[in-house]
Design a binder for this molecule. Sequence first.
Ligand SMILES: [Zn+2]
Length: 252
Amino acid sequence: MRRILTVSLSLLLIGAGIWLFITKYNLNSGISKITYNLNPATPLSTPVISLESNNPGPCILIVGGIHGDEPAGVQACSELAENLIPPRGQLILIPAANPPALTAQKRFFPSDSDLNRAFGSEAAKGNTVGLRDALWSLLIARKVDWVIDLHEARGFYREGENTVGQTLIFSPAPETADLVMKILDGINRQLDSDLAFTYLSPPKSGSLVQEAYEQLDIPGLIVETSKEQELATRVAQHRLVVESIVEAILKE
Ligand SMILES: [Zn+2]
């Protein structure tokens, strides 16, 4: 009876409508892999992969595909879900956060409402409302400690155009600035100098990362690769940045 009550309470806490189908299996090295869907049984349904260590520690959320014309973050996040092993804490990966826009291969679809300006905003329209609310509920229900959001931009920030390609855009929490300074040199040592990342702050109002910080005090950053590069190169760069972040935060 107690077990039934515990399970029921857990499901209620996560929120009605979020979990439809949950699979859980144990990887070696004390890691559980749990998969379920956000917005199940709707056109907005999308997988969530949760990698949970037996050792307690911070929870990092990694999101790809908020914009439907940015496939590198989606692919990188999917690959990371198969390969990352948290030494402690939890990794939650959502590779394809905006299914309608990804299917259409458009930044926003079908509404003209940008999901990455919809957080903390009444301006969202259509499907964007459901997508935004599901992500926001997950941040709270899963007690996320860090948010990493994978994006792509045209051009290169260093060329002085109005673009953010090859940047890490961090919310103005002291621990986020410290994290970026800690990982940036190591990342850039593995890239040609003309492809090096630099940093910016803060993210735009209404973005997942900025509003998570403003409203929930959750630090985080946006990774922006440049679409001037091959897809495989951008995917590799997203993976490199996320792996560097995970190592810096979770390695004991
Ligand atoms: Zn984007």
